[in-house]
Write a protein that binds this ligand. Structure first.
Ligand code: UTP
Length: 238
């Protein structure tokens, strides 16, 4: 791989393909291409979104176990990844990477590399954190349907406070606390938080409902989300 700045951008399924009818593939492709053209090597990790949830619902209906349901979830993330590759056209490596090593291999082309899930028992947050470590990326940016990480669910708790920065250990504590409540849905999964703790590569959470906010941070240095990490992230990326 070249010595360019590398970045992993996790594009949540909920903001890329909220549903097949209301997808935002073109907008995301344009955004990622602008970052690529700014001289940054992009590894995009795509989530499953509402469609994955619907497929997993069907898995539950037929009594499929969790691991096999996850395999179907992974297939959906890879379909979304293939759609994004289609929208990125010649700017993307034409094949969905199915492992971290393959993503690194595809990265040698200098094109945008896209992947989805990898193995059962986790989400694409964990994929993104591990890929950041394997590719020596300077940051993992998580584009999701919230504007940052809060001390509690802001929809339920009026006293919830948004973190500007937090340590990986603080995130792990928060996830462990949240997991006690059934049905809670943390912004970032525990595996990703643990990987970030060991790698020292920070996570930046940015509101993905507006793709423009990604460019604002990466290219223009305007950032308004949450940074998880011991080391500061200096936006714009150079
Ligand atoms: P997502 O990463 O989209 O999970 O993967 P999610 O929790 O629904 O997404 P966000 O973070 O809330 O947007 C979709 C599903 O694919 C399976 C899991 O079942 C996951 O729920 N998956 C994904 C895996 O089993 N392994 C992976 O590496 C990735």
């Amino acid at each position: 791989m070249s010595s360019m700045t590398r970045v992993v951008i996790a594009v949540g399924g909920s903001v890329l393909v909220p549903s097949l009818e209301a997808h935002r593939l073109k907008e995301w492709a344009e955004t990622l291409i602008r970052i690529h053209k700014a001289g940054i090597q992009v590894f995009a990790v795509v989530g499953g979104g509402g469609e994955a949830r619907r497929y997993i619902g069907a898995c539950r209906d037929i009594g499929l176990d969790e691991a096999n349901s996850d395999e179907i979830g992974i297939m959906v993330t890879r379909i979304n990844a293939a759609l994004l590759i289609g929208a990125l056209k010649e700017y993307a490596y034409p094949r969905v990477a199915e492992s971290y090593l393959q993503a690194k291999e595809f990265g040698v082309s200098g094109r945008i590399v896209v992947m989805g899930g990898v193995i059962p028992g986790q989400t694409t947050d964990a994929v993104s954190a591990a890929l950041a470590e394997e590719t020596g990326s300077s940051v993992m940016i998580n584009m999701t349907a919230v504007d940052g990480i809060y001390s509690a669910d802001p929809k339920k708790d009026p006293n919830a406070k948004k973190f500007d920065t937090m340590t990986p250990q603080q995130l792990i504590d928060l996830i462990m606390k949240e997991r006690m409540n059934a049905g809670s849905n943390m912004v970032i999964d525990l595996v990703a938080a643990k990987v970030t703790e060991r790698s020292g590569i920070p996570i930046a959470v940015i509101d993905g409902r507006n793709p423009k906010l990604l460019e604002d941070a990466v290219i223009d240095g305007k950032f308004n989300g949450t940074i998880v990490g011991e080391t500061a992230v200096s936006f714009p990326l150079k």
